[in-house]
Design a protein around this ligand. Structure first.
Ligand code: SF4
Ligand code: SF4
Length: 310
């Protein structure tokens, strides 16, 4: 197996991966890993950076599609391609490899949703036991740590990456688990959410997040018409981000939010700009702890906000 990890890493990076880490199966806490592939010996964590420029339009309040199409391209094109290239290298060496990319239209738990897609397209049946917990597996692979926002944070990109995994029966040299050191519990991610969807314990209210991701807060949605949600009894609370939406209410709100249509794979435009992660990125950049540096800071002027009005 001499040099297999190096060869695999080089191929994955040539195909578009930015970070590659290997962890032995013994340290993976998620029982789904072994259910998926009982003979698995190594889990390979792969991260592709979210391009900083894809957030620029939302940061300026000008264009929202670019962020979403970047997410879609990474999840539906780049990462699957990276995984297949990696599988080929491992198969050439006589090993089996199972690719694991996110399945945005299937949720782990019943009555959940995925905030990044149209809720009506989400399937919540029976595969929960074999759906990986991606964030947990990323930590066990050695890619990074989980912040109070629930997002994976890496030294290079903070919260800005998308991830996937290869499960293989090859024994590859392990990378160390990262000691948590990025998240300083500043609380800025929670404060930045326009819908108060992040709970103090770090979990996310999936329905609340889904509604505000899609633009239910007027102060962050330049496309909201004057009479939006006119018939909703809690209208003011909804458009100011103070409503606590039940799943039924959230579905109703989302049915009324059609500022941008979903794109392929049911991904919807992010009107909140995933502001929880943006706030975290700005914070980590200001602290100077990220290894990927830019010539200028991401946040160039104070955050914009629109009046709520009645
Ligand atoms: S914004 Fe602060 S509390 Fe939230 S994940 Fe980032 S560092 Fe942690
Ligand atoms: S900022 Fe957006 S993505 Fe983050 S928790 Fe709030 S609604 Fe969800």
């Amino acid at each position: 197996m001499n040099g297999l990890k190096e060869k695999l890493t080089a191929v994955l990076k040539a195909a578009g991966a930015d970070l590659v880490c290997c962890g032995p199966i013994e340290r993976f806490r998620d029982s789904a890993v072994k259910k998926l592939f009982p003979e698995v010996k190594t889990v390979i964590g792969i991260a592709c950076r979210m391009l900083r420029g894809s957030r620029r339009g939302i940061e300026e309040g000008t264009t929202y599609y670019q962020y979403t199409t970047s997410v879609e391209t990474l999840e539906e094109v780049i990462l699957p391609g990276v995984l297949l290239r990696g599988c080929t290298v491992l198969e050439e060496a006589g090993f089996e490899a199972l690719p694991q990319r996110r399945t945005p239209l299937i949720t782990r738990h019943k009555d959940e949703t995925n905030f990044e897609v149209d809720y009506a397209e989400v399937y919540t049946g029976g595969e929960a036991e074999t759906l990986l917990d991606f964030e947990r597996c990323a930590v066990d692979a050695g890619l990074g740590e989980i912040g109070d926002s629930g997002s994976l944070l890496t030294d290079a990109f903070g919260p800005n990456q998308r991830i996937a995994f290869l499960l293989t029966d090859a024994c590859l040299p392990a990378d160390p688990i990262r000691e948590p050191h990025l998240c300083d519990h500043c609380g800025l991610c929670r404060k930045a959410c326009p819908g108060q969807a992040l709970r103090v314990d770090g979990s996310r209210d999936p329905w609340q997040c889904a509604a505000y991701y899609k633009g239910a807060n007027r102060s962050k949605n330049p496309f909201m018409p004057e009479n939006a949600f006119a018939d909703e009894p809690e209208r003011l609370k909804i458009i100011s981000g103070e409503a606590e939406l039940s799943p039924e209410q959230a579905r109703r709100v989302m049915d009324l939010i059609r500022f941008y249509p979903p794109i392929k794979h049911a991904m919807t435009a992010s009107m909140c700009g995933r502001n929880c992660d943006t706030a975290c990125y700005v914070h980590l950049e200001e602290k100077g702890v990220l290894t990927k540096k830019f010539h200028t800071p991401f946040r160039k002027r104070p955050e914009w906000t629109l009046p709520i009005n009645n």
